[in-house]
Design a protein around this ligand. Structure first.
Ligand code: HEC
Length: 150
């Protein structure tokens, strides 16, 4: 009897610890932005994300992430899609079957220019999706992030 009670206490303590930890993690996820934007200018990772996007994704998803007749508007997608789902979609690709025209999102798992900079690409598209930067080549923050030649 005494043993049983003690067991339950330990269980409860562990449970509340776990809840506390995951709540903190969720908080952080919501508040933390993957980009820095000041006065419409972006940090170098976000800028690099624009470059990489333009190189590897634009031909299907259109300029600035805003979609084409072939592939979805990623500035819309990221309003609801999680970072994890975004990344696994890019790594794994996706085929939309059951449509008259089969639209294919290729897998980028083997493309280093994408896998190495997936955080940057996400940051850029998230900034676009949040509406904090407009279309076209973003301006870079210089002084703080890049030094005088940025
Ligand atoms: C060859 C054309 C093509 C290229 C290149 C391409 N995509 Fe896609 N992508 C698609 C198509 C088509 C879909 C829709 C697939 C579907 O409906 O299942 C898609 C879907 C996606 C989705 C899911 C969107 C949603 O709302 O569900 C994400 C995220 C995505 N692409 C990101 C990227 C990123 C990032 C790159 C560059 C690294 C990229 N794509 C390059 C064609 C492409």
């Amino acid at each position: 009897m005494i043993l049983g009670l003690r067991g339950r206490c330990v269980g409860l303590a562990l449970l509340s610890l776990a809840v506390g930890v995951s709540a903190a993690a969720a908080d952080q996820g919501q508040n933390q932005k993957p980009y820095i934007v000041k006065d419409g200018k972006v940090d170098k990772n976000t800028y690099n994300g624009w470059r990489r996007y333009t190189e590897s994704c634009m031909r299907c998803h259109g300029p600035d992430g805003s979609g084409s007749s072939y592939a979805p508007d990623l500035t819309q997608s990221l309003k609801t899609m999680s970072e994890d789902t975004f990344k696994s979609t890019v790594m794994g690709g996706r085929v939309n079957v059951g449509q008259a025209n089969e639209n294919v999102m290729p897998s980028f798992a083997e493309v280093e220019d994408v896998t190495m900079y997936l955080d940057d690409i996400y940051a850029y598209l998230k900034a676009r999706s949040d509406g904090v930067i407009g279309r076209g080549r973003p301006q870079k923050l210089t002084a703080m992030n890049e030094g005088p030649h940025g």
